[in-house]
Design a protein. Sequence first.
Length: 276
Amino acid sequence: MVAITAADINKLRQMTGAGMMDCKKALTEAEGDFEKAIDELRKKGQKVAANRGDRESKEGVVLAKVTADNKRGVVLAVNCETDFVGINADFIKMTQTMIDIAIEKNPKTADELKALSYDGKITIAEKLMEQTGVIGEKIELNKYEVVEAPFVLAYIHPGNKLANVVGFSSTTVNAEVAKDVAMQVAAMAPVAVDKGDVDAEMIQREIEVGKEQARAEGKPEDMLEKIAMGKLNKFYKESTLLNQEFIKDNKKTIAQYLDGSEKGLTVKGFKRIALG
């Protein structure tokens, strides 16, 4: 039987963030081998994940970041079950490490990101599993999005619960204007940049809902299509970024605000992630 010292337990705790008793048990089962002990903690994470597979993980951290040249931005959410975990400094640090890796390695999807090395020893997927065992909650990389454009700005709302990245058509976009638009995205949650970017299924759903509303109001059947199209235009104004009223000046749309700042300036794309 290998003697497990307090120093050994503390070392494993520093390496993994696991509790003292979990570290002691893992080292004992691994007979003092640190790599095997870490594997034991990961196995525990798999068991916890299996047991909590049906639990909802709606809390966590959302972060956004851009490359040094501002031509690519990423936004991601690492979710957990409780706000207590989500505001923990180590949990936020882990999420920050993941977004730093995303900026450096340029994965295109969440699966590609999870396959990358977290620290030269384990992958991000393995780190998430490890932390599931350490924390005892369902921990997952829930969402990951990328935007590429001539200029990309990242915005993180205070509290790390909502973030976005917005791509602009010009490299000379005014910094204040870019931030205004990013805050518009955060506050107003548009579904697309412009009318032509709205998903066809969403458009059809809005038309059908409009017809049903008009029918419920007793409108004639031959008027339903026209009324529904009017409601669709209202949807475009409220839910597509360029057609929304600018929250700082409702006499202008975002498209007008951008063009007034720089002729022809527009938004090429955006991605917004919010918890819940």
